[in-house]
Design a protein around this ligand. Structure first.
Ligand code: FES
Length: 113
Protein backbone atom coordinates (compact mmCIF):
# COMPACT_ATOMS: atom_id res chain seq x y z
CA UNK A 1 0.00 0.00 0.00
CA UNK A 2 1.65 3.20 -1.15
CA UNK A 3 0.87 6.37 0.78
CA UNK A 4 0.59 8.14 -2.61
CA UNK A 5 -2.61 6.19 -3.30
CA UNK A 6 -4.37 8.30 -0.69
CA UNK A 7 -5.70 11.77 -0.23
CA UNK A 8 -5.20 12.84 3.40
CA UNK A 9 -7.66 14.77 5.56
CA UNK A 10 -7.05 16.31 8.97
CA UNK A 11 -8.91 14.57 11.80
CA UNK A 12 -7.30 16.40 14.73
CA UNK A 13 -5.21 19.53 14.64
CA UNK A 14 -3.10 18.72 17.69
CA UNK A 15 -2.04 15.89 19.98
CA UNK A 16 -3.93 17.61 22.82
CA UNK A 17 -7.18 17.66 20.84
CA UNK A 18 -6.69 14.01 19.89
CA UNK A 19 -5.99 12.93 23.48
CA UNK A 20 -9.07 14.73 24.76
CA UNK A 21 -11.30 13.02 22.22
CA UNK A 22 -9.80 9.53 21.85
CA UNK A 23 -9.63 7.21 24.86
CA UNK A 24 -8.15 3.72 25.10
CA UNK A 25 -10.75 1.02 24.37
CA UNK A 26 -13.48 3.48 23.42
CA UNK A 27 -14.79 4.42 20.00
CA UNK A 28 -15.31 7.94 18.74
CA UNK A 29 -17.10 9.14 15.68
CA UNK A 30 -15.67 11.90 13.50
CA UNK A 31 -16.98 13.55 10.36
CA UNK A 32 -14.48 13.67 7.50
CA UNK A 33 -15.79 15.67 4.56
CA UNK A 34 -19.23 13.97 4.17
CA UNK A 35 -18.42 10.69 5.82
CA UNK A 36 -18.67 9.53 9.43
CA UNK A 37 -15.88 7.24 10.53
CA UNK A 38 -14.95 5.64 13.84
CA UNK A 39 -11.59 6.22 15.45
CA UNK A 40 -10.47 3.73 18.08
CA UNK A 41 -7.48 3.35 20.34
CA UNK A 42 -6.42 -0.17 21.26
CA UNK A 43 -3.14 -0.99 23.04
CA UNK A 44 -2.03 2.57 22.35
CA UNK A 45 -2.52 2.30 18.56
CA UNK A 46 -5.07 4.35 16.65
CA UNK A 47 -7.36 2.85 14.01
CA UNK A 48 -9.99 4.25 11.66
CA UNK A 49 -12.89 2.40 10.08
CA UNK A 50 -16.46 2.75 8.82
CA UNK A 51 -18.98 3.79 11.45
CA UNK A 52 -21.49 1.09 10.40
CA UNK A 53 -21.07 -2.63 11.02
CA UNK A 54 -20.75 -4.65 7.78
CA UNK A 55 -23.20 -7.23 9.17
CA UNK A 56 -26.43 -5.19 9.49
CA UNK A 57 -25.23 -1.58 9.48
CA UNK A 58 -25.49 -1.06 13.23
CA UNK A 59 -23.47 1.95 14.50
CA UNK A 60 -20.19 0.60 15.83
CA UNK A 61 -19.57 3.71 17.91
CA UNK A 62 -21.76 2.09 20.60
CA UNK A 63 -19.40 -0.90 20.77
CA UNK A 64 -15.95 -1.18 22.23
CA UNK A 65 -12.51 -2.41 21.27
CA UNK A 66 -9.78 -4.41 22.91
CA UNK A 67 -6.83 -6.56 21.85
CA UNK A 68 -6.87 -5.11 18.36
CA UNK A 69 -10.54 -5.93 17.68
CA UNK A 70 -13.74 -3.93 17.62
CA UNK A 71 -16.91 -5.62 18.86
CA UNK A 72 -20.28 -4.65 17.42
CA UNK A 73 -22.82 -4.20 20.24
CA UNK A 74 -25.73 -5.74 18.31
CA UNK A 75 -24.64 -9.34 17.59
CA UNK A 76 -21.18 -9.20 19.19
CA UNK A 77 -19.28 -9.85 15.98
CA UNK A 78 -15.64 -8.89 16.26
CA UNK A 79 -13.55 -7.33 13.51
CA UNK A 80 -9.80 -6.99 13.33
CA UNK A 81 -8.89 -3.31 13.56
CA UNK A 82 -6.03 -3.61 11.05
CA UNK A 83 -7.52 -5.81 8.33
CA UNK A 84 -11.24 -5.25 9.05
CA UNK A 85 -11.81 -9.01 8.77
CA UNK A 86 -14.25 -10.93 10.92
CA UNK A 87 -17.06 -13.51 10.56
CA UNK A 88 -16.49 -13.74 6.82
CA UNK A 89 -17.22 -10.03 6.48
CA UNK A 90 -14.99 -7.05 5.90
CA UNK A 91 -15.14 -3.77 7.77
CA UNK A 92 -13.69 -0.94 5.69
CA UNK A 93 -10.58 0.42 7.42
CA UNK A 94 -8.63 3.59 6.65
CA UNK A 95 -4.97 4.47 7.21
CA UNK A 96 -3.99 7.16 9.71
CA UNK A 97 -0.78 9.16 9.86
CA UNK A 98 0.63 11.80 12.18
CA UNK A 99 2.46 14.80 10.81
CA UNK A 100 3.45 17.98 12.64
CA UNK A 101 1.22 17.03 15.58
CA UNK A 102 -1.82 16.58 13.36
CA UNK A 103 -3.66 13.32 12.78
CA UNK A 104 -4.68 12.57 9.19
CA UNK A 105 -6.96 9.93 7.69
CA UNK A 106 -6.40 8.62 4.18
CA UNK A 107 -9.05 7.86 1.58
CA UNK A 108 -8.03 6.26 -1.67
CA UNK A 109 -7.88 8.73 -4.50
CA UNK A 110 -11.20 8.64 -6.31
CA UNK A 111 -13.07 7.62 -3.12
CA UNK A 112 -15.39 10.63 -3.33
CA UNK A 113 -15.98 10.39 -7.12
S1 FES B 1 -25.04 -5.66 13.12
FE1 FES B 1 -23.04 -5.79 13.87
S2 FES B 1 -22.81 -7.86 14.37
FE2 FES B 1 -24.77 -7.73 13.57
Amino acid sequence: MSKDEFRWYVVFNSEKEQNEYIKEGRLSKVLVEEKWVCIAKSSGELYAFDELCPHQNYPLVHGHCENGKVECPLHKYKFDLKSGRGHGLSLQTYPLKKEDGRLYIGFKKGFWD
